[in-house]
Design a protein around this ligand. Structure first.
Ligand SMILES: Cc1cc2nc3c(=O)[nH]c(=O)nc-3n(C[C@H](O)[C@H](O)[C@H](O)COP(=O)(O)O)c2cc1C
Length: 195
């Protein structure tokens, strides 16, 4: 039994997951106007890898969101700690993201691991705290998951950014993320055209 199943997370999300639709027309933007921010917890850094691959494709920097009080490094303990936070859509305090000037971007890609079917709480906090800055900007979620697919991540993302232009979100299977470079690059080119 793998760790994810041992953690007790239901795979029902496979049924609930929504298939991402491609954006009708990629948004034309210059590379320096595209931001990438992400949260990643596991030692393999699946979402970090996805974020860095996306940033490399664009020619920009990926900035990491960190919880003010880090989650346990133990998988089961982290799952237990995150479960009520995710269920209640709680805001986990975060550190200031070093070096990030969100206001300078027109398009912002946001990466999260799927935690209990939704965005990891530090990502939710980041978005809520920056909703005013992201107002009118184009935003796009990408997530990595343990097999549950998108579940509520894309829906919850759009919900916390009602005044942003939300592009279709994309889910990537975390375990194989390092062999999905082409898919990650395709995700970028389907959403934006770097001028
Ligand atoms: C607290 C916690 C909850 C998780 N819940 C889910 C889930 O509901 N559905 C799913 O498919 N994967 C779930 N996973 C697995 C992660 O989404 C997956 O391993 C992801 O790729 C990890 O990304 P990271 O390496 O950037 O942390 C969970 C993992 C953790 C630690």
């Amino acid at each position: 039994m793998n760790k994810f199943v041992a953690c007790g997370v239901m795979m029902a999300g496979l049924l609930l997951g929504s298939a991402p639709e491609a954006a009708a027309e990629p948004v034309a933007v210059t590379g320096d106007k595209v931001g990438v921010v992400y949260f990643s917890w596991s030692p393999t850094g699946n979402t970090r890898f996805a974020a860095e691959t996306i940033a490399k494709k664009v020619g920009t920097t990926a900035y990491e969101i960190k919880a003010a009080k880090p989650y346990s490094t133990n998988y089961k303990a982290c799952c237990d700690e995150a479960k009520p936070e995710c269920a209640n859509r709680k805001l986990r305090p975060i550190r200031q993201v070093a070096g990030l000037n969100l206001a300078r971007y027109d398009v912002v890609f946001v990466g999260t691991p799927n935690w209990w079917g939704t965005m990891a709480p530090p990502v939710r906090t980041f978005l809520v705290q920056n909703a005013a800055v992201l107002k009118g900007k184009t935003v796009c979620l990408f997530q990595t998951n343990g097999g549950g697919g998108m579940q509520n991540c894309g829906k919850d993302f759009a919900q916390v950014l009602p005044n942003s232009k939300v592009l279709p979100a994309q889910a990537f299977k975390g375990a194989t993320i390092r062999s999905q470079v082409s898919a990650l690059e395709q995700f970028v080119t389907e959403r934006i055209t770097v001028k």
